[in-house]
Design a protein around this ligand. Structure first.
Ligand code: SAM
Length: 289
């Protein structure tokens, strides 16, 4: 640990932020690499006369911040860590950085299944870092879940994140295309969730460089119209869901009505488009019959 005067640190912090970037990214850098939490910062802001302990030198933190600003590399990849709901997750460029708006998926589930003692069997398709299914496995400890991904490297990270987040063993991981690794669970799933790649091809080409140059294409691109994967997931869902089982999908900002039509066509009921905190119809949910 290195010691530095709080005053010196605060001046340095102000200088770094004046060069660009946002507070939230800087907070991730300080916490994950510097070992300085948000509450440490709050304390020294109130009392700047104390001493602060750092895990790394300011020069090193500055060099990581430089990489972030100059190359547009997401700070989460540079630090190897992201925060999502109550989880601290490892991330590499093999997995999408789980987004704050996706956190709402858990609230949708909590609204449907209100008892934490629920014994559900849930599936997450396209788990990436594992964020959604790990949060579910922790929130419903008597439930069991399965999480799939097409990318074995992503699954390895999800498995590591689950091991680091919990001593539970109620989540298993499978590699393969959407439902295909789940052949043993036909008709057994109470709840299936997916945040699949849903960006239309044209939009993908125009994504900001911090996304397009660093995040995995396989996690973002949803074919010509963005709905390629959503279509496949919905069409096969009836084989795997129990009667009255739920399907919860995240979609692009303007896809809600189209996803709703697909669900109706495939005999889903209780269909609803759920808005995110910006008022965007970000999730489409339904029950199989
Ligand atoms: C938008 S990311 C979501 C990751 C994570 N669930 C989240 O919300 O942060 C989509 C994930 O689907 C996976 N994926 C893409 N195509 C797939 C396929 N055909 N079958 C299974 N998973 C797939 C990607 O590897 C990626 O991890």
């Amino acid at each position: 640990m290195l010691s530095i005067s709080a005053e010196e640190f605060l001046i340095w912090k102000k200088k770094q932020l004046s060069r660009g970037g946002d507070q939230q990214s800087f907070a991730v850098l300080l916490d994950c690499v510097g070992g300085v939490s948000k509450s440490d910062i709050n304390l020294i802001t109130i009392n700047p006369h104390g001493i602060l302990h750092l895990k790394k030198k300011l020069e090193f933190l500055e060099s990581v911040w430089d990489d972030h600003l100059l190359k547009s590399c997401p700070i989460q990849y540079l630090c190897g860590i992201t925060f999502w709901r109550e989880l601290k997750l490892k991330v590499t460029n093999k997995v999408l950085i789980p987004r704050p708006e996706t956190e709402l998926i858990l609230d949708i589930v909590f609204n449907i299944f209100r008892r934490k003692s629920e014994k559900l069997f849930f599936a997450e398709l396209g788990t990436g870092s594992g964020a959604i299914s790990i949060a579910l496995a922790l929130a419903y400890p008597l439930s069991n879940g399965v999480a799939t991904d097409i990318d074995q490297d992503a699954l390895e990270i999800a498995i590591e994140n689950f091991t680091n987040s919990s001593k539970q063993s109620n989540l298993k991981f499978y590699c393969g295309n959407w439902w295909s690794p789940l052949g043993n669970f036909k008709g057994k799933i109470d709840l299936a969730i997916s945040n699949p790649p849903y960006i239309p091809k044209d939009t993908y080409e125009k994504l900001p460089k911090e996304v397009k140059n660093f995040e995995p294409k396989v996690a973002l691109l949803g074919g010509e119209d963005g709905l390629k994967h959503i279509r496949e997931i919905i069409q096969k869902a009836p084989l795997f869901l129990k009667e009255k089982g739920w399907l919860i999908l995240e979609n692009h900002f303007d896809q809600g009505e189209k996803v709703k039509k697909l669900l109706i066509k495939n005999k889903f009921t209780s269909i609803e488009i759920v808005k995110d905190l910006s008022g965007i119809g970000r999730f489409t949910i339904g029950r199989y019959k």
